[in-house]
Design a protein around this ligand. Sequence first.
Ligand code: ADP
Ligand code: MG
Length: 210
Amino acid sequence: MGEIFRAEDVYVKRGENLVLKGFNLAVGEGEKLLLLGPNGSGKTTFFEVVVGFVKPERGRLLFMGKPVEAESDFRLLRRKVGYVFQDPESQILMPTVEEEIAFGLLNLGMPRSKIREEVEMVLSAFGISHLKRKFTHELSWGEKRLLSIASIAVMKPELFLLDEPFAGLDERGVRIVASFLKEYDKAVILASHTELNFFEDWDKFYLRAD
Ligand SMILES: Nc1ncnc2c1ncn2[C@@H]1O[C@H](COP(=O)(O)OP(=O)(O)O)[C@@H](O)[C@H]1O
Ligand SMILES: [Mg+2]
């Protein structure tokens, strides 16, 4: 199995504190991982490092076997790594649901007729077809959460990062997202502060709070 992403000996400072201290993680093609740890343990920080929003003090990142260092490396990585923010409101950019889902595909240069098809499919997969023409600022928190996940899922990232994706979701939402992720055929790293028993067969990485 080919390796998609690896973090080696990563140290990250936030303010005065070292949040990640020699953190190591590797994920292979189609592999599913849980990143577990209490509030403040650095789960979000780790994702921000992966996509280049936060620069580590020390350590190495490799994406598909190549070092990720310069901003141009991170730009390439971000085309293939989908990141669902912990806060859906800071992720959603577009006025309507359908535009939000189409946005990433437009950026990737997909033809419009194909985009329409993909948007319909992902709306249906996440049970939000009825929200298609809604204004994003009018959605409920849970609806925003589903939209933020669907709008990344539609791009079929090689590595799918999800930061506390179940927070604020009702039972139906949890079921939809969990079954989507279980069946997703590419790599996934899901960060959570609680153990998730429906992913008991996924490998686990733990972060500590200290
Ligand atoms: N922009 C920032 N500036 C200073 N400290 C930060 C910043 N972002 C996060 N932190 C601190 O880094 C630590 C890890 O935060 P975070 O990565 O959000 O943890 P988690 O996602 O596991 O809850 C926390 O102590 C938090 O207060
Ligand atoms: Mg977090």
